[in-house]
Design a protein around this ligand. Sequence first.
Ligand code: ZN
Ligand code: ZN
Length: 275
Amino acid sequence: MSSRPPSRERPAPRDIVELRALATRQPDLAAAAALHAELVATVRRVEARIATPSLDVPDDLLRTRLLRGVPLASFGEFAIDWSEVRLLIRQVTDVLRRMDLVDQAASQRLHAVGREAGLPDRARAWYDQVTTAVEDDPEGMWSEVLQWSLKPFLIRTAEVVTRRVSLDEWRRGTCPVCAAEPEFAVITPSGERHLLCGRCHARWPFDGGCPYCGCTDLSQLRTFATADRVYRVTECRACGRYLKALDSQAAGRALLPFYDPVATLPLDAAMMQGR
Ligand SMILES: [Zn+2]
Ligand SMILES: [Zn+2]
């Protein structure tokens, strides 16, 4: 006998609570915060009911891959429940439609792609970063929809992998689990910089300058901090890209992967204006 409440009655995760608070606190971010709160809630509902996926790769092969700089999870090595992915494609598309980010015709196309028999092949191409394109998708929304729809499985896979091997020796600019680029960074209380994967939320230490182009020339890297010191942005003049980071000591909390990228949208706007 268990007295635990059913999963649907669990309190909202912290990132959803913070996103809703952000929507109230900063009216200019209200739309983006509300959108992300809905998307995260949609993804979390599926995440709560999927079985923890096993990764069909022995530990010593994982360690060999880390040493050789090969990402740990190839497509096909972790389980994906395609009926859940298809459901999420419909639900994520409906959220985007409700928020008026796609029109009726685009939403119908996205629904149709979600029903295709070839969906796993499309997902594999996206995962392998070969192509994200879908015909008649001028808004480029397909990769957005697919990313949200695969997220529960990618996040679970990264959790499983990081329980089995330490990512400390990776030290590359791309994700050790899925090979995607970092979306955000966090400065740990001990002053280390960890990168956050935008797809699977894996985190790994990285001290090698710009993760995007590998530039380690400090004169090319400029860092700005917000007035409250909670966030900082490091811009790379060699490749023109930048990475936002949370200073977890100044913030007094850990990184919230669904919240911090949205809370720092004004920094993206500032970086765009500065060009
Ligand atoms: Zn990843
Ligand atoms: Zn760079």
